[in-house]
Design a protein around this ligand. Structure first.
Ligand code: THG
Length: 254
C-alpha cells in the first residue's frame, strides 16, 4: 500500500497556525516525522482558513522541499491552488483531486496531462456522493473516459470511492469496499484506488480502532493507497512509537 501522510493539513490547529505565521520549523518537523514513520507520499492541504490559498500552497511546498525530495500530493478542490502548487513544486508530485463534474475535470485533467503526474478522481458528481457502489462506478467510468481523452494513462488515475463518517452513515463502508473491488474492471491497465481513511472515524471515540479495522477491510478489497495518520503504529508490534492510542482495550459492552 502507498501510505500518504495526512498531517500537513491546515485543518489541524498547529498546522493552520504555522501556515498563518510562516513557521517553517513546524511544517518541516511534521514532514520529517511522517517520513520517519513510513510515509511514501506527503499530502499537502492548506486547509479552510488560509487567507490566500494559492500563496499558502506555494509556501508550504517550498518549505517542505527544503527538507525532502519525497513525492508530494497537492490537495485542493480549487484548480488555481493546484496550478500555483504545480508551478513551484519540483520533484515527484500528484494532484488531489478532481471530481467527476465535467467543468472540474476540464480544469484539472489538463494540469495532470501537462505535468505528467498522477491525479485522484473523487466519486462525486453534481449530486454529491452516490449511495451505493454502482453509483460510484458510474462516476469512476466518466473519470476514466475523461483521462483517456486527455491522454492521461489510466493507471495515473487514483479512484477515491469516498468514505464518510461511519457513526452517521453505517451503510457506506460496505459500499466503498464493493466499489474498490469493481475498479479493476474499468480499464486496462486498471486505475488505482485510494481513500482518505480518517474520514471514517470522524466524530467517534475509537478513532484508531475504526481506522485500522476499516483499512484492513479496504485492503482486502484491493485498496492501493490511503491518506492516513502514518504515526499510528500499534505499540510493541513494529518498533514504532506509541502516539497516544495505547494498546487496544475492548470497550466494556459485553
Ligand atoms: N480523499 C482525498 N483527499 C482527502 C480526503 C479524502 N484529503 C483530506 C482528507 N480527506 C484526508 N485527510 C484528513 C486529515 C485529517 C482528518 C481526516 C482526514 C481528521 N482530522 C481531525 C478531525 O477532523 O477530527 C482534526 C483534528 C484536529 O483538529 O486536530 O480526522 O477523503 N482524496
Amino acid at each position: 500500500m502507498l501510505a500518504m501522510g495526512e498531517r500537513i493539513n491546515g485543518m489541524f490547529k498547529e498546522i493552520g497556525r504555522a501556515i498563518g505565521e510562516h513557521d517553517k520549523q513546524v511544517i518541516q518537523d511534521c514532514a520529517r516525522t511522517q517520513l520517519e514513520a513510513g510515509a511514501d507520499v506527503l499530502d499537502v492541504n492548506v486547509g479552510p482558513a488560509a487567507a490566500d490559498e494559492q500563496a499558502a500552497m506555494a509556501w508550504l511546498l517550498e518549505t517542505i522541499r527544503e527538507v525532502t525530495d519525497a513525492p508530494l500530493s497537492l490537495d485542493s478542490t480549487k484548480p488555481a491552488v493546484i496550478r500555483a502548487g504545480l508551478e513551484v513544486c519540483t520533484g515527484e508530485k500528484m494532484i488531489n483531486s478532481t471530481t467527476g463534474v465535467p467543468e472540474k475535470m476540464a480544469e484539472m485533467l489538463p494540469l495532470a496531462a501537462e505535468h505528467n503526474c498522477p491525479i485522484v478522481g473523487l466519486c462525486i458528481d453534481a449530486d454529491g456522493v452516490p449511495r451505493d457502489a454502482e453509483g460510484r462506478m458510474e462516476i469512476a467510468l466518466s473519470l476514466v473516459a475523461a483521462c483517456m481523452e486527455h491522454g492521461i494513462p489510466t493507471d495515473h488515475l487514483y479512484i477515491d470511492a469516498i468514505i464518510l463518517p461511519v457513526n452517521a452513515l453505517q451503510h457506506v463502508p460496505p459500499e466503498v469496499c464493493r466499489a474498490i473491488g469493481m475498479v479493476s474492471a474499468l480499464a486496462d491497465p486498471p486505475p488505482k484506488t485510494i481513500l482518505g481513511l480518517s474520514n471514517v472515524s470522524q466524530g467517534t471515540t475509537q478513532r484508531k480502532l475504526l481506522n485500522r479495522t476499516f483499512l484492513v477491510m479496504a485492503l482486502a478489497h484491493g485498496l492501493d493507497a490511503a491518506i492516513v495518520d502514518v504515526t499510528d503504529h500499534r505499540p510493541g508490534t513494529d518498533g514504532g512509537h506509541d502516539c497516544g492510542g495505547g494498546a487496544y482495550e475492548p470497550p466494556g459492552v459485553l
